[in-house]
Write a protein that binds this ligand. Structure first.
Ligand SMILES: [Cu+2]
Length: 115
C-alpha cells in the first residue's frame, strides 16, 4: 500500500512539472497566463469577442468571448463597460478585442479595440 502510494505520488509530481516546462517554451500561450498576476502593470491581454447585443439602457454588452486570461472559458455573457460611450460605437455582429476585469463584483470591459 505504502509503495504504490509513493509511485503514484512520484507520477503525479512528474506529470505536474512536465507541462510547466513545455508551456514556458511557448511564449504565445505562457504569456497570457504569466501576466495574469500583474494585470495592473503589464499591458492587458486582449481577448477576441463578438458583440451579440448592446443594451445602452442597462450599460451592458453581451459578448461571445474566447478564453479569458483569468481562466474563464469561452462563452457568451453580459459585461458592464468602463465607459458607457463605448456602447454607442458597438453593434451586434462587431468583432472586437477586449480586456475584462472584476469591477465591484461585475465583469467589466476595461479596454476595447475594434478589429
Ligand atoms: Cu465569460
Amino acid at each position: 500500500m505504502k509503495t504504490s502510494f509513493g509511485i503514484i505520488f512520484a507520477a503525479l509530481l512528474s506529470a505536474a512539472t512536465l507541462p510547466a516546462h513545455a508551456a514556458s517554451d511557448k511564449p504565445q500561450t505562457a504569456d497570457a497566463h504569466n501576466h495574469g498576476g500583474h494585470a495592473a502593470m503589464a499591458p492587458a491581454t486582449l481577448t477576441e469577442g463578438l458583440v451579440k447585443k448592446v443594451d445602452k439602457a442597462a450599460g451592458r454588452v453581451t459578448l461571445s468571448h474566447g478564453p479569458l486570461p483569468n481562466g474563464m472559458p469561452a462563452m457568451t455573457m453580459m459585461f458592464r463597460v468602463k465607459d458607457p460611450a463605448w456602447l454607442d460605437q458597438l453593434k451586434a455582429g462587431d468583432q472586437i478585442l477586449f480586456a475584462a476585469d472584476q469591477v465591484n463584483g461585475a465583469m467589466t470591459v476595461v479596454e476595447l479595440k475594434r478589429k
